[in-house]
Design a protein around this ligand. Structure first.
Ligand SMILES: NC(=O)c1ccc[n+]([C@@H]2O[C@H](COP(=O)([O-])OP(=O)(O)OC[C@H]3O[C@@H](n4cnc5c(N)ncnc54)[C@H](O)[C@@H]3O)[C@@H](O)[C@H]2O)c1
Length: 251
């Protein structure tokens, strides 16, 4: 039964792997047996060290994903190190908080660039290699704001809605080529992304009061969902957005 989740011999790329959810998912994939390419605009050395302690390989790539320019070289690096791309976790993302009435074009464009455009073109580049072997798992990181509008974060909500729709669009075209394209929608997780919310006692209490599980999520809470969507256990799961939110959306 456990073999369904075994990732031994698989090569995975995780973006935004230096900290937070990307770091948590990279460690989870390594625990299941995968070797990793860790991409971030700051060094992912700490994540790499933890992965090597698990006996798995880790390659650190420093690249700014605000544009799609670095993508071909990251794919080439992965192929030169591991011979192929089996798994891509499109996790790197940013958020900007300003009332919608004052929201700037810069905050719109930058959030859409990394959260939506890079997600699509990174998946496209990975899929071109995956299709050669008729095998590949792409996991895009969406958000509860793929379903809800949020407060003060209009470009983030737009970008995460786009992630959910891109996921379905790619699944519709690429499932027949042996690829599984799915998304994870994390709930409210304790990372840098939500520091401003956790530092605001009013918002923090309001959020916590609504989470049935009674706590903020942790990066390690995404390990199971990431391993599931990266492994043979999800071979007939296509275009799904898997919510991991302590029950938030159920309320
Ligand atoms: N924390 C949450 O509650 C939450 C909820 C839903 C979705 N998410 C999503 O999960 C993903 C990870 O977020 P997180 O909570 O771990 O936040 P985080 O800010 O801790 O991590 C984001 C990661 O992306 C990297 N990154 C940012 N800009 C980059 C760039 N231009 N180029 C390359 N790398 C870049 C950062 O260095 C960091 O490693 C994001 O897509 C975020 O939108 C987070």
């Amino acid at each position: 039964m456990m073999n369904l989740f075994d990732l031994s011999g698989k090569a995975a790329i995780v973006t935004g792997a230096s900290t937070g959810l990307g770091q948590g998912m990279a460690l989870g994939l390594a625990e299941a047996g995968a070797d990793l390419v860790l991409v971030d605009y700051v060094s992912s050395d700490e994540t790499a060290e933890e992965i090597r302690k698990l006996g798995r390989k880790a390659v650190v790539v420093v690249a700014n994903l605000m544009t799609i320019d670095p993508i071909p070289s990251i794919i080439e690096k992965t192929i030169s190190e591991f011979g192929k791309v089996d798994i891509l976790v499109n996790n790197a993302g940013i958020i900007r908080r300003t009332p919608a009435i004052d929201f700037s074009e810069k905050d719109w464009d930058e959030v859409m660039a990394i959260n939506a455009k890079t997600v699509f073109f990174f998946a496209q580049a990975a899929a071109r290699d995956m299709m050669k072997r008729k095998y590949g798992k792409i996991i895009n990181i969406a958000s509860l704001l793929a379903f809800q509008g949020g407060i003060l974060v209009p470009s983030y909500a737009a970008s995460k809605g786009a992630v959910a729709q891109i996921t379905k669009a790619m699944a519709n075209e690429w499932a027949v080529h042996g690829l599984n394209i799915n998304a994870i929608a994390p709930g409210y997780m304790a990372t840098n992304n939500t520091k401003a919310l956790r530092d605001d006692p009013v918002r923090s209490k309001a959020i916590l009061d609504r989470i049935p599980a009674g706590r903020w999520g942790l990066p390690s809470d995404l390990k199971g969902a990431a391993i599931f969507l990266a492994s043979a256990a999800s071979d007939y799961v296509n275009g799904h957005v898997l919510v991991v939110d302590g029950g938030w959306l159920a309320r």
